[in-house]
Design a protein around this ligand. Sequence first.
Ligand SMILES: [Fe+2]
Ligand SMILES: [Fe+2]
Length: 212
Amino acid sequence: MNRQNFCDKLIEEFDRGLRTLTKSSRITPRENPAKDIHGTELSAQEMQLSGRLMRVNHAGEIAAQGLYHGQALTARDETTLQQMRVSAKEEEDHLAWCEQRLNELQTPRSMITPLWYIGSYAIGATAGLFGDKWSLGFVAETENQVETHLQSHLDKLPIHDDKSRAIIEMMKEDERRHGDAARNLGGVDLPKPVQKGMQAVSKIMTTGAYWV
Ligand SMILES: [Fe+2]
Ligand SMILES: [Fe+2]
């Protein structure tokens, strides 16, 4: 890559990151799964709990954007790159739905949102450097962990919060497909210590975003 191309790429990546962090009214190809749900009104306490859980999911979707953008930067194979872009596009829907639900729940997004993006971008780009089969394995493992995490949120959500539930259920289904796609493209199982390390990082993120 010559200097001109490198500068263009840098600006493109910066622009992509900025759009991810700042867009407040995203137009998404798919409708919000909670659009036609008019559930029971939540109590203040229930709204607070749902708001915190959806803030964690919003931070997770910001991180997903960072991971996919970072991995796309260093992906080598064109098919892998295309899959990263398709999955990142679907993650944009998730991000928009989480944002919309956060607004309804009158809950601010995580105060350290840029940190989730930058940190995940760095992790994604690093994973991509190990080559596509490891990078895809990383996607598969991430999506697997996200799916488990989303199930735990379905169990914790207030019983009446049908809107958040509909969003999370659709996201969970998409994450499963993203994981399958990565495995089908040749993603390998990551070593156990790496899986454990990823769980630890995700624990820090989910706990952090729950509170701030
Ligand atoms: Fe997602
Ligand atoms: Fe995903």
